[in-house]
Design a protein. Structure first.
Length: 202
């Protein structure tokens, strides 16, 4: 009985390791193939393996543990609560994106270290005006997870009021954003539920 239990634990460990490594390798390739949109923003595509996207979608649909995201703006956003099983996609993404610090550092041109990874759900009334992130975020990655109107993706601006590009909201695509005094971004198109993965580096 004890041997069978140890064998199952070992199998779970190996499965977890493979899941994390496969995700990190796939995401690193996506970052390497990024498309520059501005000096501080890049589009990324095919960020995660297809089966991992499905796994995250299923997890977020079934998840019962949420918390309200504390933001500078009062917006209808909630985040997956940190109290999740070690084999959950939430925890696995944390470890996978932690391994991406070298790839992200190469992309932005200087050393950054992983801080946190979260999963968000934005309600249909969600909008966020053009803004620059606070100093706690040096580099951010957002990966869109669900199907929604392409027009509800994040926009970047040359100033507080001039839009220069909108990242289309297409599942398994997203962006890398280097936080600078000029990195104005926002989303002013309500009407969709948006689910995304968000990682930040410092």
């Amino acid at each position: 009985m004890g041997i069978n239990k140890e064998r199952r634990q070992l199998m779970h460990l190996l499965e977890n390791f493979d899941y994390i490594q496969r995700t990190a390798k796939h995401a690193a390739e996506s970052i390497a193939n990024r498309t520059r949109i501005a000096s501080w923003a890049w589009r990324i595509e095919n960020v995660l393996p297809d089966d991992i996207i499905v796994d995250i979608r299923d997890f977020m649909t079934a998840n019962q543990k949420w918390e309200t995201e504390q933001l500078e703006f009062d917006v209808p956003r909630r985040a997956v609560h940190w109290d999740q099983a070690s084999t959950s996609p939430y925890r696995r993404m944390h470890y996978a994106f932690q391994q991406l610090s070298p790839a992200v550092s190469e992309a932005v041109g200087h050393q950054v270290d992983f801080q946190h990874c979260n999963m968000w759900e934005d309600g249909t009334e969600y909008i966020i005006p053009p803004h620059v992130d606070n100093d706690s975020i040096r580099v951010a990655i957002q990966v869109y997870l669900n199907d929604a109107d392409e027009d509800c993706g994040t926009s970047i601006y040359s100033s507080q009021n001039t839009e220069i590009y909108k990242f289309p909201f297409i599942s398994n695509t997203g962006y890398i954003m280097h936080n600078t005094p000029d990195s104005w971004h926002g989303m002013m198109t309500p009407g969709n539920v948006r689910r995304s993965l968000y990682a930040n580096y410092r």
